[in-house]
Design a binder for this molecule. Structure first.
Ligand code: ATP
Ligand code: MG
Ligand code: MG
Length: 549
């Protein structure tokens, strides 16, 4: 909706549809279940599911689980949850491992057609024979085996007659190709490893390039969308489909999402988790979908962010601020406003009638009547932010100062008469008088003050834990490896600041997942660590501009 024109993938799709090269838009999102999804995956999800929706097609969720050692069922479940949470539902759920038999049959077909051979080179030898950027590779001494001999050896590979790593099945393409992927790539390796779905049925496993395109083909995918690293794999993708004479999806590459101040490879995210640099995959500082969810991000904000970033052909790095702005924009519209004091100092109203409690109505979202309002109790004992008071203040300080006046939001104008200090000279209490004529909404005093600050009634407030999160890394590019540093050397030591805070009583009934704006501070969400006795709030994002300052 925000985009002025169609992006290059939409243009390519429309051209193919118009030319009759594709009968519809059938896409898939193909994660490897070796970790939790991150914000980069969200971009791929939005793109694949989004295209299917735009063109009335379908989108499958396919687990690319061809690599047995790294995959776990926990990841499969988390990926499903994350895709659904983002607001998408797959048309079909598949596992590449369900295609192992079919892939095997196709491999025999290639062998019979003279397009694949069993090679006895060791992994090291295979690498040596592959050549370099400037030198072509050398043909394997086993390249010219007969189809019969290859078929026999391949069947024996499957039957478990050979040692791990002792033989491979390779595609017979071109050892002199300038593209390494075409220099007789390995299709199967012998590997005795337990698979999370096929168990110990197989002692050899297909390589990614062999399995991926064929899985696409079996699912009748029309547009196989992937990230730019796979551009040089496309000739191989095409070669397999052509050699097998099977349905041939079109691979289209787009630039992966990179964001500054974060890392985004599953391997590094796994390291953060395994080495306890964070508290699990869903730590609110993690760029994982589950981390962003726990942090308080909404699915809408992530979808908006992905749409805003767009789809490009060239890699670039997106500013973290754009992700933060996406959640700000959404919550600005929907999050009820509440008052909370995070760094409290006592404010006592000396002329407040003893035991009197006023209840003031305050709207939940200014300018949005549908969002309703709530009642806020006002008493003579308040908490305000320590930062909102200065004993001696510059002329332009429009909050509260000694001898000055300020409006308490949804309350009264108060005049500061004095402060109380402890033996060390720290202010422990601010003494004020209130002006009864100045009640918010019915002010008849004609007084004007420049500043408005938030507060809570100490007699009514709920005590809560506030977790102020900040960026996990201090370096713009934690991966840059400057001076031999790794991403772990760039972790922000202040990425979590835990506070005890006071919130208005309305919040004491808040539920896990509720999102609010703490006025003048930021957006917060109730965390799942909350108990009946104590709510825990995560800072989703601070307000960019704070009013009243
Ligand atoms: P990582 O390097 O983070 O482990 P991956 O590409 O190995 O990522 P997969 O599980 O294979 O992870 O990814 C599933 C799909 O998501 C693939 O189609 C992949 O291209 C896409 N994807 C992964 N990371 C990004 C990213 N940063 N931006 C856009 N798409 C991505
Ligand atoms: Mg991958
Ligand atoms: Mg990976």
């Amino acid at each position: 909706e925000k985009r002025p024109s169609k992006h290059f993938i939409e243009q390519a799709i429309e051209a193919d549809l118009a030319a009759g090269k594709a009968s519809g838009v059938f896409t898939r999102f193909p994660p490897e279940p070796n970790g939790y999804l991150h914000i980069g995956h969200a971009k791929s999800i939005c793109l694949n599911f989004g295209l299917a929706k735009t063109y009335g097609g379908t989108c499958n969720l396919r687990f690319d689980d061809t690599n047995p050692s790294k995959e776990e069922t926990e990841y499969v479940e988390s990926i499903k949850e994350d895709v659904r949470w983002l607001g998408f539902e797959w048309d079909n759920l598949h596992f590449a491992s369900d295609y192992f038999d079919h892939l095997y049959d196709w491999a025999e077909q290639l062998i019979q057609g003279g397009h694949a051979y069993v090679c006895d080179l060791t992994p090291e030898e295979t690498r040596e024979y592959r050549g370099t950027l400037t030198e072509p590779g050398k043909n394997s001494p086993h390249r010219d085996r007969s189809a019969e001999e290859n078929l026999d050896l391949f069947r024996r590979m499957k039957a478990g007659e050979f040692e791990d790593g002792s033989r491979t099945l390779r595609a017979k393409i071109d050892m002199a190709s300038p593209n390494f992927n075409m220099r007789d790539p390995v299709m199967y390796r012998i590997l005795r490893a337990h698979h999370h779905r096929t168990g110990d049925k197989w002692c050899m496993y297909p390589m990614y390039d062999w399995a991926h395109g064929q899985s696409d083909s079996m699912e009748n995918i029309s547009f196989s969308i992937c990230t730019l690293e796979f551009e040089h794999h496309r000739p191989l993708y095409d070669w397999f489909c052509k050699s097998l004479e099977i349905h041939h999806p079109r691979q289209i590459e787009f630039a992966r999402l990179n964001i500054n101040y974060t890392v985004m490879s599953k391997r590094k995210l796994l390291q953060l988790v395994k080495e306890n640099h964070v508290n699990g995959w869903d730590d609110p500082r993690m760029p994982t979908i589950s981390g962003l969810r726990r942090r308080g991000y909404t699915p809408e904000s992530i979808r908006d962010f992905c749409a805003d970033v767009g789809v490009a052909k060239f890699n670039s790095t997106i500013d973290f601020v754009r992700l933060e702005n996406a959640i700000r924009n959404h919550l600005n519209q929907v999050a009820p406003r509440r008052m909370a004091v995070l760094n409290p100092v006592k404010l006592t109203i000396t002329n407040w009638p003893k035991d009197k409690v006023d209840t003031n109505e305050a709207v939940n979202i200014q300018g949005n009547e549908d969002a309703g309002s709530r009642q806020i109790p006002f008493s003579g004992n308040l908490w305000i932010e320590r930062d909102d008071f200065r004993e001696e203040a510059p002329r332009k300080f429009f909050r509260l100062k000694k001898g000055g006046a300020v409006r308490l939001r949804a309350g009264y104008i108060v005049d500061c008469t004095d402060v109380v200090k402890d033996d060390d000279g720290n202010i422990t209490e601010i003494l004020c008088t209130y002006d009864p004529e100045t009640r918010s909404g019915e002010d008849t005093s004609g007084r004007k003050v420049k500043g408005t600050i938030h507060w809570v009634s100490a007699d009514h407030a709920a005590e809560v834990e506030v977790r102020n999160y900040d960026r996990l890394f201090t370096a713009e590019n934690p991966d840059s490896n400057d001076d031999g540093k790794t991403f772990l050397d760039h972790m922000n030591p202040d990425s979590l600041n835990v506070l005890t805070a006071y919130v208005e009583p309305e919040l004491s009934t808040a539920n896990v997942g509720d999102r609010v704006q703490f006025e003048r501070l930021g957006y917060y969400v109730v965390d799942s660590d909350s108990t009946d006795g104590k709510l825990v709030f995560n800072r989703i994002v601070p307000l960019r501009d704070s009013w009243g300052k």
